[in-house]
Design a protein around this ligand. Sequence first.
Ligand code: ADP
Ligand code: ADP
Ligand code: MG
Length: 574
Amino acid sequence: MRIAVIDRERCKVRICGLQCKKCCPMVKTGKETVIVDEDSGKPIIVEDMCSGCGICVKKCPFDAIQIINIVEEVGEPIHQYGVNGFRLYNLPTPKEGVVGIVGANGIGKTTMMKILSGELKPNLGREGADWGEVVDRFRGKEIQNYLEKLSRKDLKAVYKPQHVDKIPVHVKGDVRGILERSDTSGRMMDIVEKLDLSNAFEADMKELSGGELQRVALAACLARDADVYLIDEPSSYLDVRERINMAKVIREIAEKTKKYVFVIEHDLIVLDYLSDYVHVIYGAPGAYGVISNIKGTRVGINEYLSGYLKSENVRFREEIRFDVRPPKEKKEIKEKIDYPELKKHYERFKLDVDCGMIEGPEMLGILGKNAIGKTTFVKMLAGVIEPDNTKLDLNLKVSYKPQYIEAQDALVVSLHPDPELVERFRIRHLMDRNMNDLSGGELQKVAIVDCLSKDADLYLLDEPSAYLDVEERLKMSKHLKKYIEDHRKSILVVDHDIMLIDYLSDQLMIFSGEGGKSGHATKPMDLRSGMNRFLKDMNTTFRRDAETKRPRINKPDSVKDREQRSSGEYYYVE
Ligand code: ADP
Ligand code: ADP
Ligand code: MG
């Protein structure tokens, strides 16, 4: 089965003069495969006449066209955004407990949420489909009943949107008032306490940091009495402790209320801990997405990492492996980078960094909560700010990707990125775009490539996983590892995605203290010591998945959790 997808936003007929229509070789055979929509003047590709030669795809100067072969088994779409628009296949299974959803950006997750919430009536890929037909499609499946209720408006759904940064535009006023109005269940104060929001309670919405906004949005959603909770990317802007607390609160409410809870999540450790079941969404971003069968959490995430869905018999990418490395062997140290004790005082914040050494080439991971001085430390290494106690001269070239990336008013290509990295990070199609027009994830990838393209002895990446979807995070981890092997240079990574830090780091630095007041950074230590220290601070123990070796959070007070706590092995290696 062949589908043709045109991104209507990207398609700019007036500039290209309908290259796709002019170049279509089917015209010679007398078939009009590309016709022009009278209203918009934009092309329409007639799918059952398209031979799939791919010439229009190559000729389109704006990368607006995708021609894709998909297997017949996926059936008819459950929803399609117009002719040649994005298609979603299948729907998830509502179950008591938390159903986790994992998949790349642009693969249809939000579309799925909108359908589940009743905001979007599925059209079955054609005009005029009614609710009866939609329900019929799922006859005998667990979602049938759900859809029937939804069609009768007999199901109350609440939604925590993905982009919390946009909330203060519509929702104005103080946090207390907003949360009190949401509190139709009576559990708001309990949630506020568990999400550690008491300090923000008296603040105004427009004063909140990203992490506070995220937690307020979550609290407002979970405090409502509803039948379905739809939670879109709750861990953005949150640090590790906040992510774990968030996961605990969601689990607790799912268990207590026995309502349906769906959560979209890109942090695989959090997804694993949160979910009772998992649906994988695979396909081609921007073109189509297929919701997989429902899977147990462990199996679902393992299949996701393996890139192969067993019961569907579908391979959607190559495997990503997590090897547990043996305790670091004495490797060749090529470039020792020594730095002295560093101090930095601001009016309300004070940071102390123990002196330390980076045993290059290596990956140094940095973990710590929000507002504790990680960025301040990285900026001192980068020479952006000066420490108070000493003049820091590392005598080496440093390349730095800041946490907050400022887009320049220039084309991406003007950065002269390394061609190999451009291929690896798949940003070639962005080369002719202005940096101001890029999405958060696109800009992040461009900034990472730009940083690594420079000739330096030390690379500093401050929160590279922000705005990246799960696929992009996994691929980035692979690329960074390869980069160190190939270039024999050191990379320092600050991040809140522990799976990424666990997978990448040779050594770890742990920041502790009180957010916004004071911070202390240890010297770099081996992964096991660092993780033990960090996880003890988080009051959480980890085990390893037998199959993939990926780290998993132990259930609090489970046998493993208690055993590991008493032996002090918070970070289980073998
Ligand atoms: P995700 O949440 O996984 O990032 P979305 O469900 O938001 O994905 O979007 C999937 C695809 O559908 C994207 O290519 C997006 O551009 C397209 N899309 C989303 N909403 C609309 C709409 N209202 N009209 C046309 N296309 C849309
Ligand atoms: P992290 O990266 O761990 O989230 P930062 O290093 O960005 O933390 O910030 C640590 C603390 O220092 C925060 O409370 C922040 O508000 C404060 N801070 C950072 N830069 C400045 C500055 N230039 N002036 C005053 N305070 C600052
Ligand atoms: Mg920071």
